[in-house]
Design a protein around this ligand. Structure first.
Ligand SMILES: *[C@@H]1O[C@H](CO)[C@@H](O)[C@H](O)[C@H]1NC(C)=O
Ligand SMILES: *[C@@H]1O[C@H](CO)[C@@H](O)[C@H](O)[C@H]1NC(C)=O
Length: 170
């Protein structure tokens, strides 16, 4: 049946995909240094107050040395406290491996520019409203505390997957 086929495909993907390191779940690994968390914030978090002009984004990208990093960059308009909640039981759904999907919808800006366009000469800017975001959640050592936080932006989703999902972490 279709269900069985989907299940098999799912099993195959979860066991053999090499793009994501296999993980028992979000925040099950030992704490890592906060580098990935810092990079996540720099690369994927933008002011909650939006300015949609290309000029604003060119300045923003330049000031944060993000021009030319990759062809397409994705920014969540929110605050770090809100985005951190994706990696919690109440703020996120457990999706697969160590990925969690936000329960809340966000506004996201997608900035496209050629790789190595280090001056952001040819950027285009596009807004996506009411979108769920999937992030990788890992334990990170922050000062003395270990916190379960986002360390990688995985993708945007227009709809939640059509299954019952548990909270990101127990
Ligand atoms: C948006 O940014 C541009 C360029 O920095 C600026 O000229 C403009 O005043 C800003 N608009 C708002 C509404 O803040
Ligand atoms: C920007 O676009 C122009 C016109 O399409 C092109 O000639 C130029 O090489 C591009 N610059 C970069 C840095 O990609």
């Amino acid at each position: 049946s279709l269900m069985k086929l989907l299940l098999l495909v799912g099993l195959f993907l979860s066991c053999c995909s090499s793009t994501e390191q296999h993980a028992a779940g979000p925040c099950t690994n030992d704490a890592t240094q906060k580098n990935d968390y810092t990079n996540f914030q720099l690369r994927h978090l933008a002011p909650a107050e939006r300015n949609d002009s290309v000029a604003w984004w060119r300045d923003y990208m330049k000031n944060n040395e993000l021009c030319g990093r990759i062809d397409q960059q994705t920014f969540i308009h929110s605050t770090i406290d809100v985005v951190n909640k994706i990696c919690s039981r109440d703020g996120g759904y457990l999706w697969k491996n160590n990925l969690c999907i936000s329960k809340a919808k966000f506004t996201v800006t997608v900035v496209t520019s050629p790789k190595h366009d280090n001056e952001c000469m040819n950027i285009t800017v596009e807004q996506r409203d009411f979108i769920y975001v999937a992030v990788k959640c890992e334990n990170v050592k922050l000062n003395k505390d270990v916190k379960c936080v986002p360390v990688h932006f995985h993708e945007m989703l227009k709809k939640l997957p059509n299954t019952k999902m548990n909270g990101c972490v127990k």
